[in-house]
Design a protein around this ligand. Structure first.
Ligand code: G3I
Length: 385
């Protein structure tokens, strides 16, 4: 009798046993299921790394709805030791207004992680970016004592979320608050009410409420040309945290790599790689760990041909992961999607030929691509940490 989870899907053990038992279908089993190769989860864990992916509870069949798909669930169960909610832990999903929390969809994601013995990442306690504030928070009336009211709102939110999900191993406490173009700190209704202390309050509150969790500042800075100000702004922010004794443990490096969303750069050359290492050396030099939090490989400007495109994606990914895993401070590799048709990239920056994107390790038929083998090789080469 196959043990199934609350989602009615086979347990991880059953998926592995079933895959191994179906020897007759060896040709359709992914490499790790041949019985003699570990999953990406086990490869990573053997080196002190957490490997996992995002999943979402949007309506079935929609972008953001991957966890509603049993085939996607099976990939998570078989290959992932970590899970992070694509949208369900954001203010926009959790907070219909200043008084209420709606945990329903996030609860289902947390339950799936518990059911399948996966570590849960918390994304994100404060996406400090006006574009991603719920309307009611942007328009909120902070009253006669705005700083106090802002602090009440923020601390209540963080305490509410951390109390609901004490199992979270790592939080993106603050997400994307450095303007990529200028390096300046973004302003929101909360920072206008509280000043930029809003960031320090978020981390101090998270530390007090979730002492077991690693606390991250998460952002999409990159080595690509044009990201110099973004990198400099993030370094200034991290230096400030250190100077003020703010409890920040790690930099979340989102790692949405590949053909630039706006330019034709596809990868990084040695000069850019050198720039990136200079940045990472400064970060770890300040005592921060690194977490790859949202890895995928944008193929917007790559050739249409699947074989050519998948090979270029895999090659870039392998070089990037080898570099990042060269840092013993890198503790986590989380993908922002396991299967192409659920990737957020399908909905933005369309390819000139209008073709679907291929940014993740499995294709829309849940067949593994060269990117999965590239990730496996990088994890295999990684030194224990
Ligand atoms: O689920 C609803 C659907 O019912 C509705 O019909 C549709 C049209 O409005 O919207 C759907 O919700 C969308 C959701 O994705 C699920 O697809 C939201 O509008 C859309 O804003 C949301 O986009 C998410 C985006 O963050 C903004 O929150 C993406 O899924 C998600 O992949 C993306 O993830 C971010 C990280 O949080 C931070 N780093 C960058 C990364 C990529 O942008």
């Amino acid at each position: 009798m196959t043990r199934t989870s609350a989602f009615g899907t086979p347990s991880r053990r059953a998926v592995l046993a079933g895959a191994a038992a179906s020897a007759g279908l060896a040709s359709v089993k992914p490499a790790w299921a041949q019985g003699d190769q570990p999953s990406l989860r086990d490869l990573a864990a053997a080196r002190g790394l957490l490997f996992g992916s995002v999943a979402g509870m949007a309506p079935p069949g929609r972008l953001g709805g991957s966890l509603q798909d049993p085939a996607y669930q099976a990939l998570l169960i078989a290959d992932c030791g970590g899970l992070v909610a694509e949208n369900e832990m954001k203010w926009a999903a959790l907070r219909p207004d200043a008084e209420r929390f709606d945990f329903d969809r996030m609860d289902q994601i947390a339950a799936f992680a518990t059911e399948h013995d996966m570590a849960l990442r918390g994304h994100t306690l404060l996406w400090h970016h006006p574009q991603w504030f719920p309307r009611w928070l942007t328009d909120y009336d902070y009253g006669a004592r705005p700083a106090a009211e802002g602090e009440r709102l923020l601390t209540e939110h963080i305490r509410g979320v951390t109390a609901r999900y004490p199992q979270v191993v790592s939080f993106d406490v603050v997400n994307e608050t450095v303007d990529a173009g200028t390096g300046a700190l973004r302003e929101t209704s909360l920072s206008r009410a509280m000043g930029q202390e809003v960031l320090d309050v978020a981390f101090h509150t998270a530390r007090e409420a979730a002492p077991q969790a690693r606390l991250c500042y998460n952002d999409y800075m990159s080595w690509e040309a044009g990201h110099e100000a973004h990198r400099a702004g993030v370094l200034r922010l991290l230096e400030g945290f250190r100077k003020r004794g703010v409890p920040v443990d790690a930099l979340g490096v989102q790692s949405h790599i590949g053909s630039g969303n706006t330019d034709d750069s596809v990868g990084f050359d040695t000069a850019q790689e050198r720039e990136w290492r200079v940045f990472l050396d400064e970060v770890v030099g300040m005592g921060f760990d690194l977490e790859i939090t949202e890895f995928d490989v944008h193929d917007k400007n790559l050739p249409l041909d699947f074989e050519v495109r998948d090979r270029a994606v895999a090659d870039l990914a392998e070089r990037y992961l080898d570099l990042m895993l060269d840092y013993p401070q890198t503790r986590t590799v989380m993908l922002w999607g396991l299967a192409d048709h659920y990737s957020w990239l399908q909905g933005l920056w369309p390819r000139a030929d209008g073709a679907a994107k291929r940014p993740t390790p499995w294709d829309a038929a849940f067949k593994p691509k060269p990117l999965r083998a590239a990730i496996e090789r990088s994890l295999t080469r990684a030194k224990p940490r």
